[in-house]
Design a protein around this ligand. Structure first.
Ligand SMILES: Cc1cc2nc3c(=O)[nH]c(=O)nc-3n(C[C@H](O)[C@H](O)[C@H](O)COP(=O)(O)OP(=O)(O)OC[C@H]3O[C@@H](n4cnc5c(N)ncnc54)[C@H](O)[C@@H]3O)c2cc1C
Length: 408
């Protein structure tokens, strides 16, 4: 393809990544009159490989922004109480119905619908400039200060100059790589197999997790089907494939016998996607002219399904701390350090719990997932007080943020 050099853009804030962190930050900054360019690598939001959980604390923020009612008019499934099935026995999991929030439930909504909704809200502000199909391939630096990014689009490459670049480009962040940031890796012992399963006719309860004999499967209700995640040992997919599709289907049916018919639809490995799980965080979330938030700053495991919430909370804290500085062009490295100081603790605490869960659930040195640990852990979790704490951690998280920015 011939490269066409399009005009470069100058803006106050350039956000790399159109995921929950990037879109929410773009919305909040533009709402407060900060000229913001958001760059998303894909042509649309339609990516199938992420969770669909919108948490009570995220909906609390939407309430503070005055958009919760409109959000709840979008198709979603509210889950106030979740159930888990352990070795065939139905047990109650987190219960959000007593949380001190407007929405006392998790809204299950495909992530692309959530992103589309927030982007549509943002689009009503003239300072929001979303570019899809725009992949960041390089940083523009001057005297060790980040001044902007180089973007590849279908039309060619483009430069975006900004007072601040925010990397919200997820757990495989290219900006992280280009900046050679130091990563603290908690080494996830798990990967996830991601596939769709039709719903058996007899399903009645909102069952989110099913465990049997040390195997763990999460079923996310997407209306007509379950988006399903099977947790496996790190790098264990080749071994599973080597045993063949029938053995894989048998494994699913062994975890949940009610899936014996619907599982037959998995007739090709193309229908099963491997998602490599990471749990890590940057030692330092910023450099001059550059800030990392969301998974780019702290990649989350799917355990607990809280990564979207944390990404959104990072965005809110960033806007609260930086809006005025960006508006008057005085955002400096000390201001960026304040974002890390505010958000590092919640990210670390959540990751600590995820790592604990990894160790408890997947501690076996052989390839069989340990049975006794999950059972013990779950029995403990179901004690009422612990359930209350768990519901709060999942539904609200550590150090919830509130909207402090204004509309200009
Ligand atoms: C298997 C799995 C299941 C999960 N399930 C859940 C769940 O149920 N609930 C939950 O809360 N969390 C879940 N998580 C975690 C959650 O998906 C993440 O924590 C969350 O999406 C982080 O949001 P983010 O905006 O920081 O990054 P991302 O959602 O990763 O978004 C980053 C964005 O940047 C874009 N991008 C990347 N590189 C570039 C580039 N060079 N140029 C331009 N754009 C770029 C990407 O296309 C993407 O849109 C799950 C994670 C995994 C792996």
């Amino acid at each position: 393809m011939t490269e066409v050099n399009i005009e470069s853009i100058q803006t106050q804030c350039c956000i790399v990544g159109g995921g929950p962190a990037g879109i929410m930050l773009g919305f909040l900054l533009a709402r407060s009159g900060v000229k913001t360019v958001v760059l998303g690598r894909h042509d649309d939001f339609l990516r199938d490989f992420r969770g669909d959980t919108i948490h009570p604390s995220t909906m609390e923020l939407m309430h503070e922004l005055g958009i919760l009612n409109e959000f709840l008019q979008q198709p979603h499934q509210p889950i106030a109480k979740a159930f888990v099935v352990v070795n065939g026995k139905v047990l109650q999991g987190p219960d959000f119905s007593n949380l001190p929030t407007q929405a006392k439930f998790i809204a299950m909504m495909p992530q692309w619908d959530f992103l589309k909704f927030i982007a549509a809200q943002a689009a009503s502000y003239p300072d929001f400039d979303l570019h899809m199909g725009a992949e960041v391939i390089d940083l523009i630096e001057e005297n060790n200060v980040v001044k902007g990014v180089v973007v590849q689009t279908k039309q060619g490459s483009q430069q975006v100059f900004a007072d601040l670049v925010v990397a919200a480009d997820g757990r495989s962040s290219i900006v992280r790589e280009l900046s050679k940031m130091t990563v603290i890796d908690d080494k996830s012992p798990i990967d996830v197999l991601w596939f769709r399963l039709g719903k058996p006719k007899m399903e009645t309860l909102e069952t989110m997790a099913r465990m049997r004999d040390g195997n763990f499967m999460v079923t996310i209700n997407r209306g007509a089907y379950y988006q399903t995640a099977l947790l496996i040992h790190k790098n264990g997919f080749d071994e599973i494939k080597a045993k063949g599709l029938q053995a894989f289907r048998n494994l699913i049916t062994a975890i949940e016998p009610a899936f014996c018919e619907v599982v037959q639809a998995i007739d090709s490995w193309d229908k099963v996607k491997l998602l490599s799980v990471q749990v890590n965080r940057l030692e330092k979330w910023y450099r001059k002219g550059l800030l990392f938030i969301g998974d780019a700053a702290h990649a989350m495991s799917p355990i607990g399904g809280v990564g979207i919430n944390l990404a959104v909370q990072d965005a809110v804290a960033t806007a609260n701390l930086l809006v005025e500085k960006l508006r008057n062009g005085s955002c400096n490295i000390e201001d960026l350090a304040k974002v890390q100081a505010r958000r590092e603790w919640p990210a670390k605490m959540t990751q600590r719990l995820q790592v604990m869960a990894h160790r408890r659930f997947f501690s076996g040195t052989d390839k069989t997932l340990s049975v006794s640990w999950p059972l013990r852990l779950f029995l403990r979790m179901f004690a009422p007080v612990l359930r209350k704490i768990l519901s709060r951690i999942v539904g609200i998280g550590f150090r919830p943020e509130h909207i402090e920015t204004k509309v200009y």
